[in-house]
Design a protein around this ligand. Structure first.
Ligand code: PGA
Length: 252
């Protein structure tokens, strides 16, 4: 049985100060929750302070991006060991905004995933089709390529501890989320491919989140699908109250 995981992606919102006070509030609000794992991904500048604020609570901190080299002349980049040292335990990799706005590819996703694993970070690898790809009936083929190329070289053991996030690009920040049936179909397909390519046990241990306009009022239906193990939440994670409502709604 996979434990549900709810991850909040702050994107480029909240200062260090705002992040720390958010974490303090969320700690209080979520102190009785043990049935759902909670992750918060603040901006890079706030990762360290967020990890300190989370302290020994059950809130895990994630980076929103990472470079694949340990160090070097890569202006503006942060490495996996640096993120780990700052207190992150997770890192979001290949978010659709990184893919569409910053040119990330399945190949860079693959290198980042290996770097994260080597540094002891749990990768949250994002996959998902655009609207044009969905309309052209290419959704499942796109997901296949993103999984195959993005996770190339990963072992079954590594996959077991990893997190995938299925985020249809057309549902991100649009208020238009996939129907539970659309999400269910994609998630079942992803699970099937993981089983085929990594083996039964790893495929059953790897958590696959849904992302794209997740709100307190739609988490219940989404989490109802057996292959949906939680959510990656953007906009609705920015308020601790609505994030908490989503966390509570994610209990299986
Ligand atoms: P959203 O973002 O919840 O605001 O749609 C989700 C994401 O980008 O991970």
């Amino acid at each position: 049985m996979r434990k549900p995981l709810i991850a909040g992606n702050f994107k480029m919102f909240k200062t260090v100060h705002e992040t720390v006070s958010y974490i303090g509030e969320l700690r209080q609000l979520a102190r009785d929750i043990s049935a759902v794992d909670i992750v918060v991904a603040p901006t890079m500048t706030a990762v360290h302070a967020a990890a300190e604020a989370a302290g020994d609570s059950a809130i895990g901190i994630a980076g929103q991006n990472v470079h694949w080299e340990r160090e070097g002349a890569f202006t503006g980049e942060v490495s996996a060991p640096m993120l780990r040292e700052a207190g992150a335990r997770f890192v979001i990799i290949g978010h659709s905004e990184r893919r569409t706005l910053f040119g990330e590819t399945n190949d860079s996703v693959n290198k980042k995933t290996h770097a994260a694993l080597t540094a002891g970070l749990v990768p949250i690898v994002c996959i998902g089709e655009t609207l044009a790809q969905r309309d052209a009936n290419e959704t499942l083929a796109v997901l296949d390529r993103q999984i195959k190329e993005g996770l190339d070289g990963c072992t079954g053991e590594q996959l077991s501890g990893m997190v995938l996030a299925y985020e249809p690009v057309w549902a991100i920040g649009t208020g238009r989320n996939a129907t539970p049936a659309q999400a269910g179909e994609a998630h079942a397909h992803i699970r099937q491919r993981l089983k085929q390519w990594f083996g039964l046990d790893p495929s059953e241990q790897c958590r696959v989140l849904y992302g794209g306009s997740v709100k307190p009022d739609n988490i219940g239906k989404l989490i109802g699908h057996q292959d949906v193990d939680g959510a990656l939440v953007g906009g609705a994670s920015l308020d601790p109250g609505s994030f908490l409502a989503i966390i509570r709604g994610a209990t299986k």
